[in-house]
Design a protein around this ligand. Structure first.
Ligand code: UDP
Length: 504
């Protein structure tokens, strides 16, 4: 910092927030949206933001998105990078995400602690990914206030919180396949709809499983006294009943989503572009051109996100079900979607799924789509999704009903909320059969099109209202900004006292 800047800083201290996500696409993307919202935050001096990306993800972000030039417009913003402990050769997918979290706890933790100590101007508040417990531990150790951001659905967080009670009551572990439809009674607010099948994917293990134990520890720590503030990417009209429960235990809960819509709304009327791609993949816009040729509401969009892996026979079941449904569809197949990429060459995999194809009524794109733009395209009338939280919110904002085929973690419960609680679509979890695919696609796109469509449009309206001035998420973000300022000045005072104590 220059001498002049240091003097200004003393006269009018500006909060300095460090944001640190788990290095996978969905977490990086939503936390970057928050970073941009905070960078936009006006008021005296604004907020300084440092975004801590993993080395590998940062290389990809710079290569494939406009994030670098977009953030250059915010003078108080900077990127920093950190080693995530894994070899720098590919993005993490499938169950490897759990290894990533463990490695980071071991290898990244000490590097993070050194980095925090060296930051100039000093960090006054950390916003850490809620699944990385070490971010909280280190921040507490060095005396910096911590806010935890749970990028997944709040229902998953709430279930995690009650896991000890569920286990104690003998409701976990699940006793085999025949037990999957048993109701879970120990999660307040979810007694009427939560089955074993809908518990987060990592609950399908023995009760003494190490991963489960770590998840319980990480969640319960945030209720230590006083519990750390909590940021959630949801909105009151969507998750109201569960949010009310969460707020009893975590009074400082900020539901400020859907973040992508919130950012878009606040950027309106500024000179900054309103498209904010945070993609770690090269986006193929050709699918939008194809969508332009399709009738309104006619296309089912199929995409399983950045982490899902499936077996080759599952890929074939989807293909057969989709083609025999006779509906139009756009299927975006991420390279690496099938467990072992080389197996994609196997004889039984239709060539269209390996090479991609474009016809009048269907398109298979092997690559990565600009998903927000696809979902908001007029031609799209349904979404076959893995129920990742960001995909779910993007579909909700676009008013597009869903068929849910959850892969892991929060996706199992997200799909239950979408189908059973909010009636925004159908849940296909634990089944991958061409006849079921065909039946559900027809139900969503033809037989119950109007019924689902009406509900989806209404939810989209509420999502958009929530981020407008006076809406719940808008107001919650204002409160969060106030609190960041307050926490930052309290942290500075405390540090000032400590250093003056040290001097004397
Ligand atoms: N996404 C995208 N293009 C694709 C697939 C996914 O832009 O072809 C984006 C999608 O819009 C979402 C994110 O990647 O924002 C995926 O996050 P989500 O939480 O839905 O699932 P995850 O990938 O973490 O399982």
């Amino acid at each position: 910092m220059t001498e002049a800047a240091a003097i200004m800083e003393q006269a009018s201290p500006i909060p300095h927030v460090l944001i640190f996500p788990l290095p996978v696409q969905g977490h990086v993307s939503s936390m970057l949206k928050l970073a941009e919202l905070l960078s936009l935050a006006g008021g005296e001096g604004g907020i300084r933001v440092t975004f801590l990306n993993s080395d590998y993800n940062h290389k990809r972000l710079i290569q494939f998105s406009d994030a670098e030039s977009r953030f250059r417009k915010y003078p108080g913003f900077q990127f920093k990078t950190i080693d995530d402990g894994l070899p720098m050769d590919q993005l993490t997918k499938g169950e490897k995400v759990l290894d990533l979290m463990r490695e980071m706890g071991l290898k990244t933790r000490p590097i993070f602690k050194d980095l925090l100590a060296q930051m100039d101007p000093p960090v006054t508040c950390v916003i850490g990914d809620g699944v990385l417990g070490f971010i909280r531990d280190v921040s507490v150790e060095v005396g910096i206030p911590i806010i935890r951001f749970r990028t997944v659905g709040v229902s998953c967080f709430w279930i995690n919180f009650w896991l000890p009670e569920i286990i104690e009551a003998g409701e976990l572990p699940v006793q085999g396949n025949g037990d999957m439809d048993r109701m879970i009674t120990k999660v307040p607010g979810m007694e009427s709809f939560l089955r074993c099948r809908d518990l987060p994917g990592y609950c399908r293990v023995s009760a003494d499983d190490q991963v489960l134990a770590r998840i319980v520890r990480t969640t319960r720590e945030s209720s230590s006294s006083p519990p750390s503030p909590l940021i959630l990417n949801t909105f009151d009209d969507f998750d109201g009943p569960i949010l009310a429960q969460v707020r009893h235990l975590f009074p400082k809960t900020y539901a400020i989503g859907p973040l992508h819509e919130h950012l878009k709304s606040r950027l309106q009327g500024t000179t900054t572009t309103s498209s904010s791609s945070n993609s770690l993949w090269k986006e193929e816009a050709s699918c939008l051109t194809w969508l332009d040729t399709q009738p309104p509401g006619s296309v089912l969009y199929v995409n399983f996100g950045s982490i899902t892996v499936m077996r080759r026979e599952q890929l074939v079941e989807f293909w057969e079900g989709l083609t025999s449904s006779k509906n139009r569809f756009l299927w975006v197949i991420r390279p690496g979607l099938v467990s072992h990429e080389e197996e994609l060459d196997g004889d039984e995999i239709p060539e269209e799924l390996v090479e991609g194809i474009e016809k009048e009524n269907l398109k298979v794109l092997v690559g990565w789509a600009p998903q927000e733009a696809v979902l908001s395209h007029d031609a799209v009338g349904g979404f076959l999704t893995h129920s990742g939280w960001n995909s779910t919110l993007e579909s909700i904002v676009a008013g597009v009903p869903m068929i849910c085929w959850p892969f892991f973690a929060d996706q199992q419960v997200n799909s239950r909320i979408v189908s059973e609680v909010l009636k925004l679509g159908l849940d296909m979890k634990d089944v991958c059969d061409r006849r079921v695919v065909e039946r559900m696609v027809n139900e969503l796109m033809v037989e119950k099109k109007e019924e689902f469509g009406r509900k989806a449009v209404e939810m989209a309206r509420m999502a958009k209202e929530s981020v407008k001035e006076g809406g719940s998420s808008y107001e919650n973000l204002e409160l969060l900004i106030e609190d960041i300022k307050l926490m930052s000045s309290q942290a500075r005072e405390l540090k000032g006292c400590k250093s003056s104590n040290n001097i004397s």
